[in-house]
Design a binder for this molecule. Structure first.
Ligand SMILES: Cc1ncc(COP(=O)(O)O)c(C=O)c1O
Length: 439
C-alpha cells in the first residue's frame, strides 16, 4: 500500500502556475466532454481556451479514444531510431497533404517546445550542409513565445520567461514586436498599421551582415503574449527580406495550426509560405503529447546526401512518432474532417468577431482583437499592479463557470472549434458580468 497522502498538494510543483495561490484554493478539473469541463465541485465549466489552445475538436471525441485504446492493444511502443511503424508514415503523408506548398516532410517531436528546438537545429544544419556554415545567427521577435527550452527561450521575447536563465544561446537577435494600440486598438481582424516593422529584419541584416543569419522564427499570430495579429503586409515583407538574403523563414504554428484561424494553417490564412512550420497542440487534439516540424523539399533534400547507411541528421527523441501519439493524430485528423473543423464554412468566425467586439465600452477594456476563433480582451492594468486585474477576471470567470486564459492584462480566448452560437453567447455573457464586477 502506498504511504502517500492523496490530497497532499505540496509535492507537485506546477508549471507556469502561482503554486501557493492555487494550493490555497485549488481549481481542479475532473472530467471533460464537448465544450465543457467538470470541476471537482461538480460544476460545468465552459472551455474558453480549448484546454491550452489544443483541444480544437472539443473533449472526449470517440474516434480518438478508440484509436488510442486500439493502438495500445496492438503495439504500445516501437523504437524511434532505425525502426519504423506504418502509422508514422501514414500520418506524415496525411499531414503534408493538408500543408500548403512544398512543406512535404515531417519530423516528429513531443511538444511545441521540442518542435521549435528541432526547427532551429534543422536551420543551422541545413546551411552547414549547403556550404554556408557561417549562417549561425537566429532572429526572433519581442513578445514571441516559442516554448521553454533554451533555443525557443532565446529566440522568444517574453521577458519573464528569459530573465532568470542566464545568457541563453549566443548570436540571437530580436525584431520589434507589432503590438501598437495607439494605432490599431479595436481593429477587427488584421491591423492596418505596422507592416513597416518587418523592416527591422533588414536593419538586423545590415547590423550583423545577412550572410551570418540562418533563420527568422515568428508566430504568424502571436498567441501567448496576448493575441497579437500580424499587420497587413507584415508577413509578406518578412518573406521578401528573407528571400533577398538567403535566410530561412520559420512559422511557429503551435497554436495557429489545425483550424484555429479558419484555415488548416496560418500559412493558408495569410498566404505567405515559410520554409518550415512547427506544430503541436491541435495535432492530437491535446490528447497525447506530440509535435512536428514541417520542412520544405529544399531543406530536406540537402540532408539526403552522403554515403547510404549514414544517419543524415543527428537529432530525434525516444518518443518521436510514438505509435499511440500517431494513432491519436490520425483519429484527430479524421475527427476534424468529419466535423469540417479545419475550414469551418458557416458564419461562426463573423459571429465570434461581433460577439468579441460587443464588449467595447465595458469597464477597463482598452482593446478587443479577433481572428478565426481567437479573441483577446485587453484591460487597463491597475496602476502599480500589472496582471492583477486580468488574474482577478480569470478567477472570477472560473467561479462563474468559464475557463479563460490570461497573460499580462490580456484575456485570451480560444475555445474549441466545435463552438456553437449558444456557447459564444454564454461566454460573452459571463465575461461581461465578470468585467463589470471585478476591480
Ligand atoms: C507558438 C508556440 N510555440 C511553442 C509553444 C510550446 O509548446 P509546448 O508547451 O507544447 O512545449 C507554444 C505553447 O503555447 C506556443 O504557443
Amino acid at each position: 500500500m502506498s504511504n502517500t497522502t492523496p490530497n497532499d498538494l505540496s509535492s507537485y510543483w506546477m508549471p507556469f502556475t502561482a503554486n501557493r495561490q492555487f494550493k490555497e484554493n485549488p481549481r481542479m478539473l475532473v472530467a471533460a466532454d464537448g465544450m465543457y469541463y467538470t470541476s471537482h465541485d461538480g460544476r460545468q465549466i465552459l472551455d474558453g481556451t480549448a484546454g491550452l489552445w489544443c483541444c480544437n475538436a472539443g473533449h472526449k471525441r470517440p474516434k480518438i479514444i478508440k484509436a488510442v485504446s486500439d493502438q495500445m492493444e496492438t503495439m504500445d511502443y516501437a523504437p524511434a531510431f532505425q525502426m519504423g511503424h506504418p502509422a508514422q508514415f501514414e500520418l506524415a503523408s496525411r499531414l503534408t497533404s493538408i500543408m500548403p506548398g512544398d512543406l512535404n516532410h515531417v519530423f516528429y517531436t513531443n511538444s511545441g517546445s521540442e518542435a521549435v528546438e528541432t526547427a532551429l537545429k534543422i536551420a543551422l544544419a541545413y546551411h552547414r550542409a549547403n556550404g554556408e556554415g557561417h549562417r549561425t545567427r537566429l532572429i526572433g521577435r519581442e513578445k514571441g513565445y516559442h516554448g521553454v527550452n533554451f533555443g525557443g527561450m532565446s529566440v522568444g521575447g517574453m521577458p519573464a520567461n528569459r530573465k532568470m536563465f542566464g545568457n541563453m544561446l549566443s548570436g540571437v537577435d530580436h525584431m520589434r514586436h507589432t503590438h501598437d494600440l495607439s494605432k490599431n486598438a479595436f481593429t477587427r481582424g488584421q491591423p492596418e498599421h505596422g507592416a513597416e516593422l518587418a523592416d527591422d529584419l533588414e536593419r538586423l541584416c545590415q547590423l550583423h551582415d545577412p550572410s551570418t543569419i540562418a533563420a527568422v522564427i515568428v508566430e504568424p499570430l502571436a498567441g501567448s503574449a496576448g493575441v497579437i495579429l500580424p499587420p497587413k503586409g507584415y508577413l509578406e515583407r518578412l518573406r521578401k527580406i528573407c528571400d533577398q538574403h538567403g535566410i530561412l523563414l520559420i512559422f511557429d504554428e503551435v497554436i495557429t495550426g489545425f483550424g484555429r484561424l479558419g484555415t488548416p494553417f496560418a500559412v493558408d490564412c495569410f498566404g505567405v509560405q515559410p520554409d518550415m512550420v512547427t506544430a503541436a497542440k491541435g495535432l492530437t487534439n491535446g490528447t497525447i503529447p506530440m509535435g512536428a516540424v514541417f520542412a520544405s523539399d529544399k531543406i530536406h533534400d540537402v540532408f539526403m546526401n552522403g554515403p547510404e547507411g549514414m544517419i543524415e541528421f543527428f537529432h530525434g527523441y525516444t518518443y518521436s512518432g510514438n505509435p499511440v501519439a500517431c494513432a491519436a493524430a490520425l483519429a484527430t485528423l479524421d475527427t476534424y474532417d468529419d466535423d469540417g473543423l479545419l475550414e469551418r464554412t458557416d458564419d461562426m468566425a463573423q459571429y465570434w468577431e461581433d460577439a468579441i467586439h460587443s464588449l467595447k465600452g465595458t469597464r477597463n477594456v482598452i482593446d478587443l482583437r479577433n481572428l478565426g476563433i481567437i479573441g483577446a480582451v485587453e484591460l487597463e492594468p491597475i496602476a502599480g499592479a500589472p496582471t492583477k486585474r486580468a488574474f482577478s477576471a480569470f478567477l472570477k470567470a472560473y467561479e462563474e463557470g468559464l475557463l479563460v486564459r490570461t497573460t499580462g492584462d490580456i484575456i485570451a480566448l480560444s475555445p474549441p472549434l466545435i463552438i456553437e452560437k449558444s456557447h459564444v453567447d454564454k461566454l460573452i455573457e459571463i465575461l461581461s458580468k465578470v468585467l463589470k464586477e471585478i476591480d
